[in-house]
Design a protein around this ligand. Structure first.
Ligand SMILES: C[S@@+](CC[C@H](N)C(=O)[O-])C[C@H]1O[C@@H](n2cnc3c(N)ncnc32)[C@H](O)[C@@H]1O
Length: 429
């Protein structure tokens, strides 16, 4: 029994069959199996590798099958093809044996022979991939592992050259953290003494760190918080306020940072679900933050008590997550073009509702971790067309290069070297 293959299969079955997030599935499986001497790096590589290459793997496999097999069998085939073509860790006979055994122990054991024959056939054949000159969209989809609908969306926004540059950008695998105010000096001394890789993003209070090594020191957890660079920039752009409302606040990244930046302010942090507002409560408590109050509230439904009550309102809306695919490749597994239509409706509804809560002279911030125009510039423009009492204001990007359109900014991975993100700041006259 190869434990790495078995555990990767366990995690991936949860991801593909139950919709579990890969990061959560990995944590659960690895902590349950703590007794086993397993190579966790290899398991992580197989899990994320299969998800990242999902589309390419399916394309290869479909050339060797006449009909689509059940999901579990398709997953075993994807794992086999991934390990053969992209991972040089296991010999082919081990890959086939392990996966055939897993098939034999699955409810579809009658298809173990198919797994055996298909993998051997693929491993001994030459594979044809689409050529860019024949079908550029299909070529990009297979080569970079993005679904055709998303490549089509992106190709409406970017030239072929820009598109390839976007799809092939590899961001650092280090994790972006912000160091707690007042702890900067001590933290930098600690990581220097322990030779932990760190590179500052906009100043010494934030940067990319070798998180795997940092986690070997749980005693330093009070010195920092994991938070993306553009997410920090949202909070840093909020003018000094007495009352701030964050309408889509869980798990609390921006609210908690706002509460720390503006200790004089009262932050009302909302989310649609109580299990999500609890995440904000727990996060705030862990950070000894006392100026956040959480409320379960659907941001698409108007709360009349809040009309013109807030100096600042943040709408960090639910989105396609297309800006963070590099870090969370499982985002793409369950997204469809229909989801995008639903999301766009909700985003506009949230902005339309939240704007009523802003005092005259107050600030409304709209942000997403998407790079799709439909969720970003188009939403803000539609909103502004119907709300002449709001106008755009300049975003301070703290020196990070971005794409600017009017006064709206997109953190664009090839030039910003951060995840994709969008920010628009509006003021109510
Ligand atoms: C992008 S996340 C917010 C991240 C958060 N601002 C942070 O910095 O940690 C979007 C959040 O919106 C919530 N959400 C989705 N639909 C909502 C709605 N109709 N009303 C309020 N919250 C909603 C989701 O539960 C999710 O927690």
């Amino acid at each position: 029994m190869n434990w790495e293959v078995k555990f990767s299969y366990q995690v991936l079955s949860d991801v593909y069959l139950k919709g579990t997030y890969a990061s959560i599935g990995l944590n659960q499986t690895l902590s349950k199996e703590k007794g086993q001497p397993v190579n966790t790096k290899l398991i992580t590589k197989i899990v994320y590798g299969v998800i990242e290459k999902d589309i390419s793997l399916e394309y290869i496999i479909e050339q060797f099958l006449t009909k689509t097999p059940p999901k579990r069998i398709m997953l075993l085939l994807k794992m086999g093809v991934y390990m053969h073509f992209f991972l040089n860790s296991l010999p082919d006979y081990t890959i086939v044996n392990e996966l055939v055994n897993l098939a034999k122990n699955s409810p579809e054991k009658y298809l173990a022979g198919l797994v055996n024959a298909t993998l051997k056939n693929i491993f001994s054949s030459s594979i044809q991939l689409p050529k860019p000159e024949d079908d550029f969209i299909k070529y990009c989809s297979i080569k970079y592992g993005y679904p055709v609908w998303l490549i089509k969306e992106l190709s409406q926004q970017y030239s072929p050259k820009e598109l390839v540059s976007l799809l092939s950008t590899k961001l650092t695998t280090d994790t972006h953290i912000r160091i707690k105010q007042g702890k900067e000096k001590e933290f930098h001394q600690l990581i220097k003494d322990h030779e932990i890789r760190f590179s500052a993003s906009f100043d010494e209070s934030a940067g990319y760190v070798d998180y795997f090594t940092l986690l070997q020191h749980p005693e330093w957890k009070s010195y920092y918080v994991v938070q993306g660079c553009p997410s920090m920039i949202v909070a840093k752009n909020m003018p000094d306020s007495s009352t701030i409302l964050d309408v889509c606040a869980a798990p609390g990244g921006k609210s908690v940072y706002l509460a720390q930046l503006q200790p004089q302010a009262t932050i009302t942090a909302c989310d649609l679900y109580s299990h999500r507002t609890k995440l904000i409560d727990d996060f705030a408590k862990g950070q000894q933050i006392h100026n956040i109050k959480t409320v379960v509230q659907d941001a698409t439904k108007s709360n009349l008590e809040w009309k013109e009550k807030f100096d600042g309102v943040v709408c960090d809306v639910p989105c396609s997550g297309t800006g963070v695919i590099g870090k969370k490749p499982d985002i793409l597994l369950n997204r469809t073009p229909d989801n995008l239509v639903e999301l766009v409706n909700v985003q506009l509804q949230i902005l339309d509702t939240a704007c009523e809560y802003v005092k005259h002279g107050g600030t409304l911030i709209y942000s997403t971790c998407s790079i799709l125009r439909k969720e970003n510039q188009d939403i803000v423009q539609q909103f502004l067309d119907h709300h002449p009492d709001f106008h755009l204001k300049k975003v301070n990007t703290y020196g990070i290069p971005v794409i600017e359109e009017g006064l709206m900014v997109t953190f664009y991975p090839p030039i910003s070297k951060t995840e994709g993100f969008f920010i628009a700041i509006m003021e109510r006259v």
